[in-house]
Design a protein around this ligand. Structure first.
Ligand code: NAP
Length: 535
């Protein structure tokens, strides 16, 4: 079992009561260990009584760490003073379960090494009360070039009980090395990657037998970059159910931190009892990054990577990647050259699919109250010419509708129409590009917003993409693909003017449900999906 350690920084003696209160809250949230970071406290004139109280009243077994600035901590004093403090704690009636000392400190002088060794083999302590030593390596810039040598030095030191290595990940691939290190360990080991790329190493530590993962009780009080909260770890990422067999999924994009997909799919896996976990997987925009990273995830031994949702800017990259690897494309990905779903078979076979297009078509049909084949009678205006517009145009042409594309940059709309012209070979009048200022004259049965206008945090959160003079009534349907907020300015305006409306949540849930079914072979639990979207 991988333990969750709540890392709590204590800067001064007058913070001890509040810190103990935080530790009790962290314990209630699911922490198995408390790491007391006494970097600040240790700089006070007489820190021992306060540090002893932290250890004595700690609601869980604890690690005491006093990290110097040279390894990313806050302690600026003498090494000998902080090591003496650790030694005194270890010799007290209530010693900490672990002390953490940096390998560099341990190797700095024979005197320091002797003090540390004495702390963890104190003759006055019965064996089961003795403090154990964690020897650690940190690099806040990159993977240390001599990482393997340092791990070997720690492994072969008999005073050390636990190896800890943590470095700043520069890509998702750093996590894969942390898993290899864990798989090859000869002692209990903590191997973690820091920063926005490192979440995977923290969440998947149980898959590879990591000894501890660190989390915070408060997102505002991290002791290392990229630490998740205990609540995220346990609820969103299902930490306690992760084992060597757990399958791994995620959302690939740039950026992806704000994606709601992890909430949705993890809640879905829980609801049907699927042994899977779904993570944000940030990959920089260039195809070379996508190819190298996704290839490494698929090939990583023991990872069990089984699929991903793929979003901006990688939807076209996914099609190219699956083609290059000789995988299968569904008909829609083939036709429109963009896909949002990667499926990895247990033997490594690849497939990709586009679930955006069928989700848009299904949402529209339900909102209009018609069967799919009646789209042949409908004229639909698409606003935007990016990735979502491509899926909307592709899906609607496939279903037989007439489509006009309106985009701020008309040339981009022309390019999209050219790319998809093959879908209407026999009837080219079914696809046209409109001048952006002519949208009011088109007599459309439906309008679909495929721009970020109205999106919270987007370029125009308070605006609607539809001009005031567009005629709206109860025979016209207005669909937004923006889903945050649910009731966008467009939806509110269209509703107030009597039109039928479809929110972006409908499309979002449908495209996700189709992905879920492709990965698990089971229908998506829609109630769990909906509940996860509002939490
Ligand atoms: P994209 O590829 O970046 O395309 C954005 C489009 O919006 C472009 O046509 C762009 O026009 C236009 N645009 C951007 N800002 C504009 C502005 N201020 N005024 C007028 N036009 C503007 O993005 P995408 O992947 O298609 O995504 C579009 C939206 O779909 C997202 O913002 C998101 O809210 C929504 N979405 C919904 C779902 C869902 O499941 N419901 C899934 C994915 C995305 P130019 O060509 O002139 O730049």
């Amino acid at each position: 079992m991988t333990l969750i350690a709540a890392s709590i920084a204590v800067h001064a003696a007058d913070e001890v009561s509040a810190a103990l209160e935080r530790a009790r809250a962290a314990t209630a949230a699911g922490a198995n260990l408390i790491e007391w970071r006494i970097d600040g406290l240790a700089e006070e004139a007489n820190p021992l009584p306060a540090a002893q109280r932290l250890v004595r009243e700690s609601p869980r077994p604890c690690i005491v760490t006093c990290r110097p600035t040279s390894e990313g901590g806050e302690y600026r004093g003498e090494d000998s003073a902080r090591i003496s403090l650790l030694e005194a704690l270890a010799a007290s009636d209530h010693p900490p379960r672990y002390i953490d000392v940096e390998l560099a400190t341990y190797h700095r002088s024979e005197n320091l090494r002797q003090k540390v060794r004495l702390a963890v083999t104190h003759p006055r302590q019965p064996r089961d009360l003795q403090t154990s030593l964690i020897l650690s390596v940190h690099d806040f810039a990159r993977r240390p070039p001599d990482l393997l040598q340092r791990i070997e030095a720690i492994t072969s030191d008999d005073a050390c009980a636990v190896i800890k290595v943590a470095w700043m990940a520069r890509s998702l691939r750093d996590n894969l090395e942390s898993f290899e290190l864990l798989a090859g360990r000869r002692k209990p080991m903590i191997a973690l990657c820091m920063g926005p790329f490192g979440l995977m190493s923290r969440v998947l530590a149980p898959k590879f037998g990591g000894f501890v993962t660190f989390a915070t009780d408060s997102a505002n009080d991290l002791t290392a970059p990229g630490q998740p909260t205990i609540d995220d770890l346990r609820r969103r990422y299902r930490f306690n159910s992760i084992s060597a067999d757990t399958k791994v999924y995620g959302v690939i994009g740039w950026p992806v931190e704000h994606s709601r997909s992890p909430n949705l799919h993890n809640a879905g896996f829980s609801a049907i009892g699927h042994d899977g976990v779904y993570l944000p997987l940030p990959i920089p925009p260039e195809y070379e990054h996508f190819k190298a990273t996704v290839g490494a995830l698929i090939d990583a031994p023991g990872l069990g990577f089984r699929g991903a949702s793929v979003t901006i800017p990688h939807k076209e990259h996914l099609v190219r990647f699956v083609r290059e690897r000789g995988g299968r494309l569904d008909a829609m990905s083939e036709r429109i050259g963009a896909a949002n779903t990667l499926i990895v078979g247990s033997a490594g076979g690849l497939a990709c699919a586009n679930t955006d297009a069928p989700a848009i078509v299904a949402s529209l049909c339900e909102g209009m109250g018609i069967a799919r084949d009646r789209l042949k009678e409908k004229r639909i205006a698409i606003i935007g010419a990016g990735g979502v517009a491509r899926a909307a145009v592709g899906g609607l042409l496939d279903a037989g509708a007439k489509v006009v594309i309106f985009n701020r940059t008309e040339a981009r709309a022309q390019r999209l129409a050219q790319d998809l012209a093959g879908l209407v070979e026999a009837d080219s009048a079914r696809l046209a590009v409109g001048r952006p200022d002519a949208i009011s004259c088109g007599c459309f049965h439906a309008f679909i917003n495929c721009t970020p206008i109205g999106m919270q945090g987007g370029p125009a959160p308070d605006e609607s993409p539809l001009p005031d003079d567009v005629p709206l009534n109860d025979e016209v349907t207005v669909m937004d693909t923006v889903y945050a907020p649910v009731r966008t300015p467009l939806i509110r305006e269209a509703e107030s003017r009597g039109a039928r409306v479809i929110t972006g949540v409908d499309m979002f849930l449908r495209q996700a449900a189709m992905q879920f079914e492709m990965w698990t072979g089971r229908p998506a639990p829609m109630a769990a999906f909906r509940a996860a979207l509002v939490t």
